[in-house]
Design a binder for this molecule. Sequence first.
Ligand SMILES: NC(=O)C1=CN([C@@H]2O[C@H](COP(=O)(O)OP(=O)(O)OC[C@H]3O[C@@H](n4cnc5c(N)ncnc54)[C@H](OP(=O)(O)O)[C@@H]3O)[C@@H](O)[C@H]2O)C=CC1
Ligand SMILES: O=C(O)CCCC(=O)O
Length: 490
Amino acid sequence: MQLKENRLLKNLAYLNGEWTAAREGSTFRVCNPYDGSLLAEVADLGEEETCRTIELARQAQVQWAGKSAGHRSRILRRWHDLILEHTDDLALILTSEQGKPLAEAVGEIRYGASFVEWYAEEAKRAYGDVIPAHGSDKRITILKQPVGVVAAITPWNFPVAMVTRKVAPALAVGCSVILKPADATPLSALALAVLAHEAGFPPGVFNVITTTWAKEVGKLFCTSPLVRKLSFTGSTAVGKELMRQCATTVKKLSLELGGNAPFIVFDDADLPAAVQGAIESKYRNGGQTCVCANRIYVQAGIYERFVAEFAAATQELKLGDGRLAETDLGPLINKAALEKVEQLVDDACAKGARALTGGHSSTLGGYFYAPTVLTDVNHTMDIHQAEIFGPVAPIFRFETEADAIRAANDTRAGLAAYFYGRDYARIWRVAEALEFGMVGINTGMISTAVAPFGGIKESGFGREGSFYGLDDYLEVKYLCWGGIEPTPAG
Ligand SMILES: NC(=O)C1=CN([C@@H]2O[C@H](COP(=O)(O)OP(=O)(O)OC[C@H]3O[C@@H](n4cnc5c(N)ncnc54)[C@H](OP(=O)(O)O)[C@@H]3O)[C@@H](O)[C@H]2O)C=CC1
Ligand SMILES: O=C(O)CCCC(=O)O
């Protein structure tokens, strides 16, 4: 990897302000999903290092919370500026370990930095309240205080943005953070830690534990009484397990879990815009995004035209090495991801679906799957309920608005939904009826630091981004003041 500044490529964990090897020198391999080439051998930490880090993070948190909001804000701002200053190197690290095209990686660095900027500003606005009291001799004030030590577990699909989206609000309000990034993509998190160190966060305030012992480290996070909050982004199955474990310490939780986004196109939609929105929403990050369109529903009157144009646009997409400018789609993250996509498409085709394009792994080999458009899809197929996490677009036909809403809501997930149409009254009806935490109306791109990202139902709870995102890291404390004599007469 040819970086401008090699100091950004780290293979040690970052604990209490120090670069730390595993106690017995154990390491794990981080490879490029494009060609399997080795990028780094990274320290593989275990339970002992995790316990020590939790204790140090607690000590650091007390000091950090005692600093002024303005002080924390200035350090966050420096971190933001350093991230942007090193966009090219951070994007190359990201693409090398994750596989997404460089242009998307650059977009993710900017998106990731925008959370740091947003919360550098919000740090100063964690206001409390004064409430009219229930007695004339009483006063009520409300303090917002940091929850304490936060553990964050992040996935491989957005190795930068998922980190900053959790870490920035937590640090802004005076929490300390122990981050466990996915073992497929620890290098981006470590590069962020290099820049956090340079920005001036005190030792122990931000820590990165690199490990292949996700289950064991996760359990320690959940069961430690010193960790007061867990924020997790990843699969629904793991999220449920963490929720069970967190019951032992009644820990505050944010869960951002799997989605199954419907993308509905009504007859009166602007067709080119709907096709463009569907391409963006479906194929972003090769389909490996929890808000990717997972099921495309098209009304009968526009169905044939939409399918033809969407399939033609899909055929134009170029698979390849994310580091090359002409690449639109990189590989899937690993063999298991490829096999999952293959199984879903095979199951659908065995039950009568038709692949208009793709329908098989790519001739490039490795973890590449050909961008695929499936028609004649129905609700008996596994692909209807599964989070595909790959470049496969199943297209369903529907007749009425009620049919579309019923089908869209027929899932235990509730993260994102999208629809295209022009009728003003219907836009309101459909937006209100969709059981999802986020709804894109005539747009396939909804992600921004200034809006609350999060789901309902089995997609989890908690919100990331915007002023709502601050509350996930704050406790409300009610102060009741008694014995306040009335103003003396005269
Ligand atoms: N909502 C979202 O954004 C995401 C959804 N997914 C969904 O999940 C599927 C599988 O992806 P996968 O990477 O396996 O997702 P996981 O849920 O397994 O991984 C997400 C994070 O959780 C960690 N983890 C895994 N098991 C445990 C555990 N028992 N306790 C604590 N932490 C744990 C992982 O560590 P490590 O990687 O080191 O094992 C990683 O850091 C995808 O196909 C997709 O459907 C996946 C990623 C993101
Ligand atoms: O898949 C995810 O959880 C990350 C969503 C990226 C985004 O913010 O759009």
